[in-house]
Design a protein around this ligand. Sequence first.
Ligand code: AMP
Ligand code: FE
Ligand code: FE
Ligand code: ZN
Length: 277
Amino acid sequence: MPADLHIHSNFSDGIDTPEEIVGLAKKAGLNTIALTDHDVVDGIERAQKAGEIAGIIEVIPGIEFTCEMPNAEVHILGYFIDYKNSKLKTVLKTIQDDRVKRIGRICEKLNGLGINLKPEEVLAISGSGVPGRPHVARALIKKGIVSNFKEAFIRFLDNKAPAFVGHYRLTPVEAIKLIIEIGGIAVFAHPAVSNCDDLIPDFIKDGLRGIEVYYGGHNYLQTKKYLALAKKYGLLVTGGSDFHGTNSGREVKLGDTYLKDEYLKELKDEHLRRNKS
Ligand code: AMP
Ligand code: FE
Ligand code: FE
Ligand code: ZN
């Protein structure tokens, strides 16, 4: 059965709880998923428990690191990570604390543009999850300042828009090395979105082992190109929907983009090999 290896819960900028995600996966006929929240791992244990109760859903512990590059936004996925590792927790705490402070900085910029939005209004939406730009977008929609998600990003939140603010983040090398250190497999997420193929050989030298070939935002030619690239460099092939929740402002459904069994097996085999040695 196919697997969806790119999913966000309400522990980051998704809408659904880990239990709801497992329920949706079951409905979609999947038997393997990976929870890959942005810069947070706190939903994994709950998803795994729910998967056990559901009886058929294996939940691979994952993460998606937002990384720092001067001219590109690079996201690195980690699979089969030891999510309880203390060094990981320390690094994530630093990132998460700055993500909270950054909401204040985004609101200041919005205030400067004549838009009245308080950090508390955004943090009320992210709740106990780690806040990000999608929560700001939802707050702007709620206040009637924009009519949809897309408009919020285009007018205010995109990397080059006037209320954009970055946050503390690892470089891709640091993320890859940390993932390896905690027993995980590092994968370049949605490469066409980052649009920096020239950096892939460097990432591989740093320990990158896979590439997200199958992704909703990749068109046919891009998928073909990254599949060829995976073959050329001997990289593992992964895939997923990047589901952020029903009514999340995106039309993607869980399981919309999935990974075939043969690729999942190769990923799992790599994990088993590493555990043996
Ligand atoms: P952050 O991690 O807080 O910088 O927010 C990045 C997240 O915002 C991404 O992972 C997506 O979920 C979402 N996002 C980024 N750009 C856009 C966009 N143009 N339209 C909709 N969502 C976006
Ligand atoms: Fe996201
Ligand atoms: Fe991403
Ligand atoms: Zn994602």
